[in-house]
Design a protein around this ligand. Structure first.
Ligand SMILES: Nc1ncnc2c1ncn2[C@@H]1O[C@H](COP(=O)(O)OP(=O)(O)O)[C@@H](O)[C@H]1O
Ligand SMILES: [Mg+2]
Length: 328
């Protein structure tokens, strides 16, 4: 293991994107303000995805007022597992992943036993805006709990790993697999303590990992190698992510996807300000890739054409895939 700061310095020479450049040259430039609600509110994202024929975890119900908390039992409807989430939350905060029932109570995915009242209290906090961007009133959504595909058994601890792909104007530019750890409480968010692992765009093979400011090759809880793992349905994930541009209209987004054991690939959420740590997990700067895509767009514009999802995926896989040292 060695320090993240040193790595960041070394990456500077390789087109690393810092927060100021991301905001000025990408978020502000490509993301129209009026479109933000589509990605900032998970209920709206879900509606859009369903309308576009893209699969998402099923929505069991929405609670918008204190009074509606009385409907919780009816919404859960006898199910043993479900997820409670703030519609406008971020970073995994405020999310309750219920895996089972236990003697009149519930068991979270990390093994904590909680009462019905505690869930109600959590929902009440969500409504007051405790977890929402900007702290204004929010809604709570109750949805299907994703069960990760078996492939992730050896490399994740509890919870659901997710696949994050950064997409510029419909072109996937960088990908990362995020693995929950004991520390992250079943959530795949990096600042909750999850691991980020780079992914080769062409093959879907995992590269190295980054965890709590260190470079790692093994999962701290399972001790299995996190690199060299072949992700299934890789081209499917690439196309799913690329198609999210048409779904939301935002030009610079992070697309979060999961692989459910029964339902297959699902979109979990979209982010208008995707984080920058993905560069460390990929040992590669984002600007090298975003500039290549911008040049491509210029060239296509001059010829008066645009590319389909398939063509865009093919372009980036050819251009950015097959990272040296990776078979493919
Ligand atoms: N329906 C679900 N089933 C199981 N785990 C989930 C579900 N929704 C979210 N999670 C877990 O919580 C994490 C954060 O969820 P997400 O919807 O991306 O919200 P946030 O905006 O807070 O990141 C996910 O990466 C995943 O690990
Ligand atoms: Mg997320």
């Amino acid at each position: 293991m060695f320090g993240l700061w040193k790595t960041w310095k070394a990456l500077e020479a390789r087109g690393i994107m810092g927060i100021n450049r991301r905001n000025a040259d990408y978020v502000l430039k490509y993301n129209k303000r009026s479109l933000y609600p589509i990605v900032d509110d998970k209920i709206i994202t879900k509606e859009r995805a369903i309308a576009a024929g893209i699969h998402v975890p099923e929505l069991y119900g929405v609670i918008s007022t204190e009074k509606e908390i009385d409907n919780l039992d009816e919404i859960i409807g006898g199910r043993n597992d479900f997820v409670v989430k703030p519609a406008q939350g971020a970073g995994g905060d405020g999310i309750l992943v219920i895996a089972d029932r236990f003697e009149g109570r519930y068991r979270t995915v990390s093994g904590k036993i909680i009462s019905h009242e505690e869930i109600e209290h959590q929902i009440s906090s969500i409504l007051t805006g405790l977890y929402s961007l900007g702290g204004h009133r929010d809604r709570a959504l109750i949805e299907y709990r994703v069960t990760p595909d078996q492939i992730f058994k050896s490399i994740s601890y509890e919870g659901v790993p997710d696949i994050r792909i950064i997409v510029l104007m419909g072109y996937p530019v960088m990908a990362m697999l995020r693995l929950p750890t004991r520390q992250s409480g079943g959530k795949a968010n990096l600042h909750q303590g999850a691991i980020g692992v780079g992914v080769d765009l062409a093959t879907g093979l995992t590269l190295r990992g980054t965890w709590l400011n260190n470079i790692i090759t093994k999962h701290p809880d399972t001790t299995n190698a996190v690199d060299g793992v072949q992700l299934p349905y890789w081209d499917g994930f690439m196309k799913l992510a690329a198609g999210c541009y048409e779904l939301c209209g935002l030009g610079y987004i992070g697309v979060d996807m999961v692989l459910d054991q029964e339902k297959g690939p699902l979109i979990l959420e979209l982010n208008a300000r995707p984080g920058l740590n993905i560069q460390i997990a990929n040992d590669c700067g984002l600007t090298l890739r975003t500039h290549a895509v911008e040049a491509r767009l210029e060239a296509l514009k001059a010829r008066g054409i645009s590319e389909t999802v398939e063509e865009r995926v093919e372009f980036v896989q050819e251009m950015f895939g097959h990272i040296p040292g990776v078979e493919g």
